[in-house]
Design a protein. Structure first.
Length: 74
């Protein structure tokens, strides 16, 4: 498997974990969390921050998303 595919797969894992954990943190469905991530362009933002996030635990993506949404909605 190419390096590009490995990175894309890892980015997707971080995004899926972030959506699932964000939903759990806020007691909402994963569909609702997905819609929020889409509304606030978090898929791109998480990918842009992959180099940092992949060194953290999977829960970090959800915390990052939570902080980002709180900052831009307050």
């Amino acid at each position: 498997m190419s390096e590009h595919k490995n990175v894309a797969r890892s980015e997707n894992l971080i995004i899926v974990a972030a959506v699932e954990r964000y939903a759990g943190m806020h007691g909402i469905s994963t569909v609702e969390a997905f819609d929020l991530f889409k509304r606030y362009d978090l898929f791109s933002i998480l990918r842009e921050n992959y180099d940092t996030l992949h060194t953290q635990g999977l829960f970090e993506g959800a915390l990052f998303a939570n902080d980002y949404i709180e900052r831009i909605t307050s």
